[in-house]
Design a protein around this ligand. Structure first.
Ligand code: 5AD
Ligand code: SF4
Length: 444
């Protein structure tokens, strides 16, 4: 979501004639897009601001701090981090040029932390996107869930869905520009449509996006397990374009902890949804978010998380140590878990995940996967410069990153690649054929 906000911000500023400076020393204004989901993310931002205040070779740059830290901490930041000149929230991006102008005219610090009840990205697509092939498309903002550990409902405000017509217009425009993959983005996509008249559901929205010619692959995130419906599973199963891949945050495997987190499902409910997904969408890849060290988590609770990991065999994992966040119910729960115990659980869960991924990727060696080439991979060494082969990467429909070499640049092409080896979290291979039968999708 933050990455997407940065793309929008760059577009909004470019439209007003501003240009990327290339380095902090050359910048007149520095925009810091912040995250406050964990304490570490927050402290990193404040130490970055400390360093940036000294950039500019003696001429302090204007520092604009945006994203979730301002909506969490408010104007108090002007006192605790005096180098900050502007504070703007996730819904204030469009107001930023006017705020900057005001700042330059008056020299007065500016602040706008309002949540808007319309979707801030309505109207023409303002994004400057780093890829010409795959694009984020925001379909909603905010969150109405109240997971007991999470600041997002406070920092991004209540859930608001973006009107269908606005989303489809953006997807059509992207297809026209040559984009082949979209990733529909929201904090909880399965509750899409609740704030709209006419009650369009997320599976219905997917159906409409599938109709758009030129878009070959559709992904989406994030799904909340409690809102994942059979209808969505059917939609995924019956689609040539929706990728067989799902991000479904589990958070914990212990029912007692899940209840304290206010997640609204049990480990059994989660496993039942995974069973349905795996049987309806063969070869589906599942990624998840997990947290260790939630208040009162015992070794026994943690073992239950490991137990679910062993049953699901997640293809990808975002693993976090619980971080106590201000004004969240969990911050007041007694019995916060000691750091050492949380770290040990983190290491154990991560080791298991690495083993699972190595095994699953090794199973793909020798098979052919269909991938969408996203561009060149890495920086060429001087030795390689005259090499006729270009190192490139793409993703399989299941989301595996595949690195390969080819004589010509295949960015935007869908091709079959023979997997020759796997290492770390990546696959390596060599092209077997460029796009074959239209509409075919691979299951990897
Ligand atoms: N501490 C640790 N991890 C958190 N997340 C959200 N809030 C916290 C917190 N207080 C994680 C959850 C969520 C992901 C985006 O970040 O796993 O799914
Ligand atoms: Fe946070 Fe829960 Fe909303 Fe996700 S669903 S953003 S974890 S409150």
């Amino acid at each position: 979501m933050n990455q997407y906000d940065s793309e929008k911000l760059e577009g909004i500023l470019s439209a007003r004639g501003m240009e990327p400076a290339g380095s902090p020393d050359k910048a007149d204004v520095i925009f810091v897009n912040s995250c406050s989901i964990r304490e570490k993310a927050e402290s990193k931002v404040f130490s970055l601001i400390g360093r940036l205040a000294g950039a500019g070779n003696g001429r302090k740059p204007v520092i604009a701090l945006g994203g979730c830290i301002p909506t969490l901490r408010g104007k108090e930041i002007f006192r605790s981090a005096p180098a900050v000149d502007l504070l703007y929230g996730p819904d204030s991006l469009e107001k930023l040029p006017a705020m900057l102008e005001e700042y330059f005219y008056t020299g007065k610090k500016q602040i706008d932390l309002e949540f808007s009840d319309s979707t801030a990205w309505d109207g023409p697509d303002p994004c400057v996107r780093p890829s010409d092939v795959t694009a984020w498309v925001g379909i909603m903002k905010g969150c109405d869930n109240r997971c007991s550990y999470c600041v997002v409902p406070d920092t991004r405000g209540p859930e608001v869905s973006r009107p269908v017509e606005s989303i489809l217009a953006e997807v059509k425009a992207l297809a026209k520009k040559g984009y082949r993959e979209i990733n529909l983005l929201g904090q909880n996509v399965n509750s899409y449509g609740k704030t709209l008249p006419g009650s369009v559901t997320f599976p219905e929205l997917l159906g409409m996006a599938e109709e758009i010619e030129g878009i070959e692959r559709i992904r989406f995130m994030t799904s909340h397990p409690k809102d994942l419906t059979d209808r969505l599973i059917e939609r995924m199963a019956g689609s040539q374009k929706i990728c067989p891949s799902l991000h479904l945050p589990l958070q914990a495997g212990s029912d007692r902890i899940l209840e304290m987190m206010n997640r609204g499902y049990t480990a059994g409910d989660y496993l039942e949804k995974i069973r349905k997904l795996k049987s309806a969408v063969p070869g589906i890849t599942i990624s998840t978010d997990l947290m260790v060290g939630f208040p009162t988590e015992t070794d026994d609770d943690f073992k239950k998380t490991i137990g679910v990991m062993e049953k699901v065999n997640f293809d990808s994992l975002y693993l976090f140590i619980y971080s106590r966040r201000p004004a969240t119910p969990a911050a007041d729960f007694d019995c916060q878990v000691p750091r050492d115990a949380a770290h040990a659980r983190f290491e154990q869960a991560w080791a298991l995940h690495r083993k699972t991924v190595s095994r699953k990727l090794a199973e793909l060696e020798g098979s052919t996967v269909e991938l969408l080439c996203e561009g060149e991979y890495g920086v060429k060494s001087t030795k390689e410069k005259d090499d006729a082969l270009i190192t490139q990467f793409g993703r399989s429909a299941g989301g595996h990153k595949v690195i390969f070499e080819a004589e010509k640049n295949l960015t935007g092409k869908i091709l079959s690649v023979l997997v020759t080896r796997s290492a770390g979290f990546n696959l390596y291979g060599k092209p077997a054929a460029e796009r074959n039968a239209h509409g075919r999708r691979d299951k990897n």
